[in-house]
Design a protein around this ligand. Structure first.
Ligand code: SF4
Length: 131
């Protein structure tokens, strides 16, 4: 389970969803890049973490939390650090805005981008056409 710096935790946060995360049975190092990891190595690790998130029953709660907390590191809710930076630019909310304190507002502000992050295209999953 990803860990977060306490200073950024939204005050209203409820944590019960974390008890149901798929990542509870996965090495946490899959979700955080080691120092100096770049390029294809980083992309492959991020995609592997995203595949875990894609089947996680609390993905939306996790993504919502990460957006509102502006988590700086790791894959959360299927969102990599780069995915979240894109979302932050789109929603253009300053730190401490209402997004931080209202559960659900993180997802509502960027629903399409949250779904795109773990789409089949993003994960490199190809479906054979039906015959
Ligand atoms: S969405 Fe991903 S990071 Fe979040 S709890 Fe589920 S598996 Fe863990």
């Amino acid at each position: 389970m990803p860990q977060q710096p306490l200073a950024q935790v939204p005050l209203d946060s409820k944590w019960h969803w974390q008890e149901h995360g798929r990542c509870r049975t996965v090495d946490p190092l899959l979700f955080f890049h080691p120092q100096n990891e770049r390029g294809s190595s980083r992309s492959r690790r991020d995609q592997s973490a995203k595949r875990v998130c894609a089947s996680c029953p609390v993905r939306l709660e996790c993504a919502d939390y990460a957006i509102r907390a502006r988590e700086p590191y790791g894959v959360w809710g299927g969102l990599s650090e780069d995915d979240r930076e894109t979302i932050y630019r789109k929603i253009d909310q300053p730190r401490g805005s209402h997004l931080k304190s209202v559960p659900g507002t993180g997802i509502a502000a960027a629903k399409e981008l949250v779904n795109e992050a773990i789409s089949d295209d993003a994960l490199g999953i190809y479906h054979f056409p039906a015959s």
